[in-house]
Design a protein around this ligand. Structure first.
Ligand code: ADP
Ligand code: 5GP
Length: 190
């Protein structure tokens, strides 16, 4: 089996995590989540080693120096996120495809590193206003963090056309059904 990458990117609040979780629950034998490393604090119910590898900035910088990342990004000022080479290899060795929830710049970078194996999907909210409502409604970020995420979101929405597919996340059930179809079509191909 040739291991593939299915990349979900979008501004924070668009619904990537919700859609990716749906796919993971439905197709646990086919796909596994690439757990990124991050220097941010765990949020809500998040678990270390499941949602992220929560590590210190020193540890993150050490991993950069040792070239352990396929891509990494200072997504928010002072907060780093990165995809570990060991994660992708671990999942492929199990005979599964890898599913990612990463920011738009990281998503495009990853796509360009695996041109024959990756599908990049941009999750599009109905509008910037709806995105803000969703992010606020999630109730996991402080007012400062929300402002930082809102400020980045408008710029990130302009990246949609650079992705292989734009997945509209207006109605969640419709978006999940469409995501399933995209996934199955892509992994069944050659
Ligand atoms: P992201 O991972 O892109 O930051 P999340 O998956 O955390 O986004 O979704 C942000 C918030 O919006 C969550 O509270 C989620 O339940 C909600 N949400 C996601 N998709 C929809 C949708 N289609 N309609 C309404 N709310 C949604
Ligand atoms: P959050 O703090 O909301 O979990 O994530 C913030 C942003 O960082 C999201 O857009 C998320 O997709 C992105 N992100 C998570 N992991 C990675 C990663 O490994 N690399 C990059 N470039 N972005 C990531």
């Amino acid at each position: 089996m040739k291991g593939k990458l299915i990349i979900f990117s979008a501004p924070s609040g668009a619904g990537k995590t919700t859609i990716v979780r749906h796919l993971l629950n439905k197709y646990p034998d086919k796909i596994e989540f690439s757990i990124s490393a991050s220097t941010r604090e765990p949020r809500g119910e998040e678990v270390d080693g499941k949602d992220y590898y929560f590590i210190s900035k020193d540890e993150f910088l050490h991993k950069i120096a040792k070239q352990e990342f396929i891509e990494f990004e200072e997504v928010y000022s002072g907060t780093f996120y990165g995809t570990l080479r060991s994660e992708v290899e671990r999942i492929w060795e199990k005979g599964k495809h890898v599913i990612f929830d990463i920011d738009v710049v990281g998503g495009l970078r990853l796509r360009s590193k695996f041109p024959d194996q990756a599908l990049s999907i941009f999750v599009q909210p109905p509008s910037l206003e709806v995105l803000k409502d969703r992010l606020r409604g999630r109730g996991t970020d402080s007012e400062d963090k929300l402002k930082e995420r809102f400020a980045k979101a408008e710029h990130e929405l302009s990246f949609a056309d650079r992705f292989d597919v734009i997945l509209k996340n207006y109605d969640l059930d419709t978006a999940c059904a469409e995501a399933e179809k995209l996934l199955l079509d892509f992994i069944d191909k050659d």
